[in-house]
Design a protein around this ligand. Structure first.
Ligand SMILES: [Zn+2]
Length: 149
């Protein structure tokens, strides 16, 4: 199935379907990856993002000075956070899938919350139409495609 030509609504439904289907058969490894992400990101429960040497390094390599959503400087928006495009609450098996991770500012991350990517795209379209194209451009299409295969 080619996802490039799909409407947002269809992608939205597909992401939901994949999330719901897979959630009922999580493996031991899925839970391990879920915990592994916490360890990778934090040391001793520190909520600051990217606190292990590996995660700090990953954040440095995968971000520049400006948040890709609001385009503000991270330092003005509470700093950098690692976000799961498809959130861990609905897609726990993607906790350590690097194709699913990106760096956004604290404020945008809080606003995104537990929305999955396509819910979020829709939310941006409705509430911040001026940001929509920037958000749409970083759609996790290949990831969704691989989950759907
Ligand atoms: Zn932002």
């Amino acid at each position: 199935m080619n996802l490039e030509n799909k409407e947002l609504k269809e992608l939205f439904e597909l992401a939901n379907k994949i999330g719901n289907k897979r959630y009922h058969k999580l493996t031991h490894q899925d839970f391990e990856n879920y915990r592994k992400f916490d360890y990778w990101r934090y040391i001793n429960g520190d909520y600051e993002c990217g606190t292990t040497p590996e995660s700090k390094d990953w954040v440095r390599k995968n971000s520049d000075s400006y948040c890709p959503i609001c385009e503000d400087n991270y330092s003005e928006k509470g700093g950098k956070t690692i976000d799961h495009k498809l959130p861990r609450s609905q897609y726990p098996w993607l906790s350590m899938e690097f194709k699913n991770l990106w760096v956004i500012c604290q404020v945008c991350n809080q606003e995104k919350g537990e929305m999955h990517w396509y819910e979020y795209e829709h939310y941006i379209f409705v509430h911040h139409a001026n940001l929509y194209l920037a958000v749409k451009a970083v759609r996790p299409s290949q990831l969704l495609q691989s989950l759907n295969d």
